[in-house]
Design a protein around this ligand. Structure first.
Ligand SMILES: [Zn+2]
Length: 114
């Protein structure tokens, strides 16, 4: 379960930030990651709950912004959102397709603190 190490580095970032900004607690952590990054929101929540005990992030709510899978077809010259990664363009059936979104790593996009 790689969510454990993801949450650990997330908590390290929050702790580091808390020292610089001197906040007391974290209310909400908004995270983003790509749909194809093989991160399970449920596992993240579970790992966060277990690992945030005794830290400033204890009791914080996690919010997720899951980024869609986006492919770019060279022949059609456009980007398209797809439900699952495909190496074939859904429009022209061509194979000159590049994945441009969906594999983004976990990232903190917002931190609501007191
Ligand atoms: Zn195409």
């Amino acid at each position: 379960m790689h969510e454990l190490s993801l949450i650990q580095s997330l908590l390290d970032i929050i702790e580091d930030y808390a020292q610089k900004r001197h906040f007391k607690k974290v209310n909400t952590v908004k995270l983003s990651f790509g749909k194809l990054s093989s991160i399970e929101p449920k596992c993240l929540e579970f790992a966060f709950e277990a690992q945030s005990k005794e830290t400033k992030a204890q009791g914080a709510t996690l919010e997720f912004d899951i980024l869609p899978i986006v492919i770019y077809c060279i022949s059609c010259e456009k980007e398209m959102k797809v439900d699952a990664y495909t190496a074939t363009c859904p429009q022209c059936k061509g194979e000159d397709v590049i994945m441009v979104g969906g594999a983004q790593e976990l990232k903190i996009i917002e931190l609501d603190v007191d």
